[in-house]
Design a protein around this ligand. Structure first.
Ligand code: ADP
Ligand code: DP6
Ligand code: CO
Length: 356
């Protein structure tokens, strides 16, 4: 529909959903802003789609006068470099395919309308850009009949989105090539590889963060000496250690590396000038609680990680979920904090089982 008038001409429409992924080795910094190439490799867990996900519908019609996008019911500008890049790349592939196969051509002359909803807080440090761009690119690819891997296009929408194109444990290699051809997302292991692993998402503040990830990491790369040290001397070996921990289902190593990497990422934010504070007092209390809990048991039973926002993601094993949930509910009863600090806990039954 354009301007609310019903159309008599056919409309092609596709709806997809995509899950979020939460990194245990964090991506923070680009070496190429245009191609979205990272300064270090990263590794994440893609969560179950039936919990936190994006749902996107894309439609094409000759009636549409221009490309348009709505996010969570509000129209947004389509003229952002990232959206234009994704639309442009998809249309380029569709044109190439049309040339080769004499198919999918009829939609090429059409404008598209994109309607996307996140069922979790947007721009709050819960990877909305990852699920959002993974879903957008997947839906457009299906609409235009493009087969094969399109994670390199999702990456150019938001770096972390390339990892949401796969389920389970996913690495994003740094790559060396100038054109980005070897900076790709790959599944390290499917979700079924570690069925006892659980994730608790603790929403501390559902509001939009003050500094978006794109801008935040730009300032960090420009001003922090620590982030350069981290990329060169810490992450490469940590990535290998993490892959081994995942493959061996070694929760002690997995948990410790996860917490150390989250802490170092937030240290680079503090080392940014002017500093960026993503963690708040509640986040820090959660960190203390997890360390007290682990110390009490004499081993790592739960591991926290925080993206660019105050909301905690806890990794733990199935048997420990009731105890950790009870602890969180005891120390952070729902709505016990002030208005802006809603605290509640959501348990994910398992990690993702499906590819996008
Ligand atoms: P987050 O920590 O949630 O990933 P970012 O700062 O990385 O936060 O990105 C937030 C931005 O990502 C939003 O302001 C919006 O531009 C984009 N975004 C989020 N969800 C979607 C979506 N479903 N579709 C398209 N873009 C989205
Ligand atoms: C802290 O992928 O959101 O969540 O590429 O600029 O869109 P852009 O940034 P984005 O950054 C994610 C940062 C992080 C860590 C991670 O997911 O690896
Ligand atoms: Co993001």
């Amino acid at each position: 529909m354009e301007n609310g008038r019903a159309s008599t001409k056919p409309i092609s429409q596709v709806t997809c959903t995509a899950p979020v992924n939460i990194a245990v080795i964090k991506y923070w910094g680009k070496r190429d802003e245009q191609l979205v190439l990272p300064i270090n490799p990263s590794l994440s867990v893609t969560l179950s789609q039936d919990q936190l996900c994006t749902r996107t519908t894309v439609a094409a019609s000759v009636d549409f006068k221009r490309d348009r996008i709505w996010l969570n019911g509000q129209e947004q500008s389509i003229d952002t470099p990232r959206l234009q890049k994704c639309l442009g790349e998809i249309r380029r592939l569709a044109r190439k395919r049309k040339h080769e196969e004499e198919r999918s051509g009829d939609l090429l002359g059409c404008c598209v309308h994109i309607c996307s909803e996140n069922n979790f807080p947007t721009a709050a440090g819960l990877a909305s850009s990852a699920a959002g761009y993974a879903c957008l690119v997947q839906s457009l690819a299906r609409l235009f009949g493009i087969d094969g891997d399109v994670s390199h296009i999702a990456r150019q929408g938001s770096g972390s989105a390339c990892r949401s194109m796969y389920g389970g444990f996913v690495e994003w290699t740094m790559g060396r090539a100038e054109d980005g051809s070897d900076s790709v997302a790959k599944q390290v292991a499917p979700a079924e590889h570690w069925p006892e692993l659980r994730v608790l998402v603790v929403v501390v503040n559902a509001g939009k963060k003050a500094v978006g990830s794109t801008e935040g990491m730009q300032t960090t790369v420009r001003t922090s000496a620590l982030v350069a040290y981290r990329a060169e001397h810490v992450v490469p070996s940590r990535q290998d250690d993490m892959k081994r921990a995942v493959l061996d289902r070694d929760f002690q190593a997995f948990g410790e590396i996860t917490m150390r990497d989250s802490n170092q990422f937030h240290a680079t934010c503090l080392d940014t000038y002017p500093p960026i504070f993503y963690l708040n007092e509640t986040s820090k209390q959660i960190i203390h609680l997890v360390h007290r809990y682990n110390r009490h048991h004499g081993k790592v039973k739960a591991a926290y990680t925080f993206d660019a926002g105050p909301n905690a993601v806890l990794y733990l094993l199935q048997d420990d979920v009731p105890e950790v949930l009870a602890l969180l509910k005891h120390f952070f009863p729902a709505n016990a904090n002030n208005d802006s600090e809603r605290t509640f806990v959501r348990g994910l039954p398992d990690v993702c089982r499906k590819d996008v």
